[in-house]
Write a protein that binds this ligand. Structure first.
Ligand SMILES: [Zn+2]
Length: 271
């Protein structure tokens, strides 16, 4: 765990997304939760020393951000699209995944239930807890439902998966032009530290690079479409352009990511 500022902590080492919390005079506000049950329990014990959890903010609908909600107290807040996704999530599927990947954790999810957000936002929400302000802004990008959490008193932003710091960017549910615009909005938030959804902590100097990656995807797929390339051809032929996709096309995972990213861009750029 890293102490980022006087009252903000983050962990970038769990499997799944980065998680963090802010210690206020009136309790703790968490941002996202660890995906793996054992990590969630470890995180819960760590946070307990700083006070009760008052609020838990999910920055997006994906399982690595929301699955751990179950292990924590506090009112869950997220975009209304994230609420829909959590309500639709299947406990049976979660248990099956754990059976395959981490069977030792099944005992920890015996009575598991998904905890959906009970406060939602569509555009903006400002939360005041103790002496802290939490400015939640809907910033579509990695999915249509991303939310950034800006804490001006600490000059920190939790950016959600709109930033993949030096790790492969996932575009399979992306809103590509919205993403570029959202990165501009992040640039305007007066923060010294950005906590990305994945990868190490960074600052605003990384934003142009993240934009360049998204723009390169848009340009590459637009060119392919203009040349009349079918989706299948594009999935087979287009080169890897993400500088952080180290495994390239040589692994099933790299190949799958490429195919999903291309398919999504075909779908949304056609319109
Ligand atoms: Zn995600």
């Amino acid at each position: 765990m890293q102490k980022i500022t006087a009252n903000v902590y983050a962990e970038t080492g769990f499997q799944g997304c980065n998680v963090g919390f802010v210690v206020t005079r009136e309790g703790v506000v968490m941002i996202d939760t660890p995906q793996m049950p054992a990590d969630a329990i470890k995180w819960r014990d760590e946070i307990a020393q700083y006070g009760p959890v008052r609020y838990l903010i999910n920055t997006e609908p994906h399982g690595d951000h929301i699955t751990g909600n179950y292990f924590f107290e506090g009112t869950v807040i997220a975009h209304e699209g994230t609420r829909e996704a959590v309500l639709a999530a299947s406990v049976a599927q979660l248990k099956e995944r754990l059976r395959q990947t981490a069977p030792e954790s099944l005992a920890l999810v015996k009575n598991y239930r998904y905890r959906p957000p009970t406060i939602t936002l569509s555009q903006r929400l400002t939360l005041y807890v103790g002496d802290h302000t939490f400015r939640l802004t809907h910033l579509p990008g990695h999915t249509p439902y991303q939310v950034a959490v800006y804490i001006p008193e600490e000059r920190v932003v939790f950016t959600s998966d709109n930033i993949f710091y030096k790790v492969p960017s996932a575009l399979r549910e992306a809103v590509p032009y919205g993403w570029l615009d959202s990165l501009k909005q992040l640039q305007e938030m007066e923060a010294d530290v950005l906590v990305p959804g994945h990868g190490e902590l960074c600052d605003r100097s990384y934003l142009p690079q993240q934009s360049a990656i998204i723009q390169a995807w848009i340009d590459m797929v637009t060119t392919a479409m203009n040349q009349g390339m079918s989706l299948e051809e594009a999935q087979d032929k287009l080169p890897f352009i993400d500088p952080y996709t180290r495994e390239g096309k040589n692994t099933p995972m790299g190949q799958q990511r490429q195919r999903l990213n291309v398919a999504r861009l075909y779908q949304v750029l056609k319109k």
